[in-house]
Write a protein that binds this ligand. Structure first.
Ligand code: BG6
Ligand code: MG
Length: 218
């Protein structure tokens, strides 16, 4: 049997941090004098912080000097970190721990593959660091999703061939990155939006042990 590896995205898969990203971006938009809606926040999922600010400024029809751009990047993150500071394990999404435990009990290598530069402190806050054999985050990559770099580094760190890896993702860019890496892509979220995935689930409560077993033995 070939060795398989599992790669989890963080924001929207393990924890619902999209709401905190939204509040921090909305505060900045409001300070700059325009609205930023929850619908527009959908565009930010899986997208790097820099790209998010570029999209936000586009929405507000704003042009920024490099100094302003850098300042707003820092400002947004300071506000985001204030939300993260208060997080604890109650914010782990349903059945994530069951799935992590199931894989861990079978000695399956597990990696994090996230665009966030705040991934490690978040995993610490919610007490999940112990499940991950490798953490690949926004600090380790040069190319953002949908580029497959983040997942290819994770596979390499786990010592697993890319086509033997399974990726859990909630963002279109993330599903595309997994597909480009030739990994099995499993969407967590809206099946209509995430229609490029190999499988779709609304959340981990819909994913039973038999399905996980079938992935391990694929
Ligand atoms: C992704 C989120 O996981 O991380 C994006 O889905 C976010 O919304 C990106 O912009 C970068 O996060 P951070 O924590 O480095 O600003
Ligand atoms: Mg995500």
């Amino acid at each position: 049997m070939e060795k398989v590896g599992f790669i989890f995205d963080l924001d929207g898969v393990i924890v619902d941090t999209a709401k905190y990203h939204y509040l921090a971006w909305r505060k900045l938009a409001n300070e700059l004098g325009f609205e930023f809606t929850k619908e527009q926040n959908e565009l930010f999922k899986g997208v790097s912080r820099k790209k998010c600010l570029e999209i936000l400024l586009d929405i507000g029809n704003f042009t920024a000097t490099q100094n302003q751009f850098d300042k707003w990047m820092v400002e947004k993150n300071v506000d985001y970190l204030a939300y993260i500071e208060k997080m604890n394990s109650s914010e782990i999404l349903p059945d994530v721990v069951r799935v992590l435990k199931y894989l861990k009990n079978k000695n399956i290598p597990i990696a994090l593959g996230s665009a966030s530069k705040n991934a490690r402190p978040i995993l610490e806050k919610v007490d999940l660091l112990l499940y991950f054999d490798s953490i690949v985050d926004g600090n380790s990559v040069t190319k953002a999703k949908p580029d497959p770099e983040v997942f290819l580094i994770a596979a390499n760190n786990l010592g697993v061939a890319p086509n033997s890896c399974v990726v859990f993702e909630d963002a279109v860019a993330g599903i595309q990155a997994a597909n480009k890496a030739k990994m099995l892509s499993i969407a967590i979220g809206d099946a209509e939006i995430l229609n490029e995935a190999d499988y779709n689930f609304n959340d981990f409560t819909e994913m039973n042990d038999d399905f996980l077993e079938s992935l391990i033995n694929k």
